[in-house]
Design a protein around this ligand. Structure first.
Ligand code: RIB
Length: 339
């Protein structure tokens, strides 16, 4: 049978003082309430002796604040989301907040359940990379003056704060670079969904090819667990491809493995660029050219906007749409070698 957790009432009864006095002392308000140093010492000595741990849920019910932030990402094991989550956690902690995070895997119902769980946990604010279909849930959070910051993608039908990169120009620029290297049959392998960042990357790729009257070669993948079959079939069927832009780090990782298995040489047979930089792409031989997203800058903007909302109780501050620039990090995987 677990030992009953001591409450503030128990402490007050055991020391024969008021619950209010104990509460003021434990919440650092003794001086403000002119409580004597002896009384403070008596209470603090006792709570240390009995190993009292504040009940954070009871505190959040009483004060309406839990000093926690709900972070909802697509997949925490993905290097992009993992690195941005760690940066957000560091910055939140430095400002007195703890992060509770979870992954949606782009599953609408799971995302709804996560938002509901965070409501029950009385989180003070939300940072969300939303899948499709959660507009209603996010709108209701905002209508309750709950601070919400979207990142990586936004929801075009809702006025929220969001932090993204210039996805369309980034994909356009990467494709233009491949054209400049002399490639003429450039494919885009990406994910099939209506998320704004993925839609904009396809737009950027198409815009670049249109300027040169090059044929679009697009493979849109399902967000399924294993992409091996889809990418293998595509690569086997499109013999004329001389370069590939991968829309995310996830399909690029699969693509590189499959190209090795099929004996396709990078860049001699097919040059590649991946959206999203990562240590693994730098360690590969040849190193992979990437569209590097500014994760440090993104995390800084996200947490700054959210803290501003939290400190102003979510009112008065105008919603911000932050669009950051990426860097095309040119490495060996995209450079035309002399044949
Ligand atoms: O899987 C991570 C990728 O998908 C990144 O490009 C990020 O922008 C997300 O959309």
């Amino acid at each position: 049978m677990s030992k009953k957790r001591l409450s503030i009432v128990d402490i007050a009864n055991n020391l024969n003082i008021s619950k209010t006095t104990v509460s003021f002392i434990l919440n650092g308000r003794a001086k403000e309430k002119r409580i004597s140093a002896d009384m403070v010492e008596k209470v603090l000595k006792y709570v240390k002796e009995v190993g009292y741990k504040p009940n954070s849920l009871a505190k959040s019910l009483r004060t309406g604040k839990s000093n926690t932030i709900g972070l909802i990402v697509e997949d925490i094991s993905n290097p992009f989301f993992g690195s941005i989550a760690r940066l957000i956690e560091d910055k939140a902690y430095k400002n007195g907040y703890k992060i509770i995070y979870c992954s949606t895997y782009n599953d609408t119902q799971k995302t709804k359940d996560m938002i509901s769980m965070f409501r029950d946990r009385h989180v003070d604010g939300y940072i969300i990379a939303p899948p499709e279909g959660v507009e209603e849930d996010i709108t209701s959070l905002i209508n309750e003056s709950m601070p919400v910051v979207l990142f990586d993608r936004y929801l075009s039908t809702i006025d929220t704060d969001y932090v993204v990169v210039n996805n369309q120009f980034s994909a356009y620029n990467a494709t233009q670079y491949l054209v400049g290297q002399g490639y003429k049959n450039i494919a885009l392998i990406t994910f099939a969904n209506d998320q704004t960042q993925m839609v904009d990357r396809i737009k950027g790729y198409k815009m670049a090819l249109k300027e040169h009257n090059f044929k679009e070669i697009i493979k849109e993948l399902p967000f399924s667990e294993d992409l091996t079959e889809s990418i293998t079939a595509f690569l086997k069927s499109r013999k004329g491809i001389d370069a590939i832009l991968f829309g995310t780090n996830r399909d690029a990782t699969y693509g590189i493995k499959i190209m090795h298995n099929l004996g396709i040489r990078i860049p001699d047979d097919i040059a590649i660029i991946s959206f999203d930089d990562s240590d693994a792409f730098e360690l590969h031989s040849p190193q992979i050219t990437t569209v590097a997203q500014p994760v440090e800058d993104m995390a800084e903007h996200i947490i700054t906007i959210l803290l501003d909302k939290l400190n102003n109780n979510g009112v008065g501050t105008k919603n911000q749409s932050v669009v950051l620039h990426t860097d095309l990090v040119v490495r060996g995987s995209s450079q035309k070698t002399k044949k």
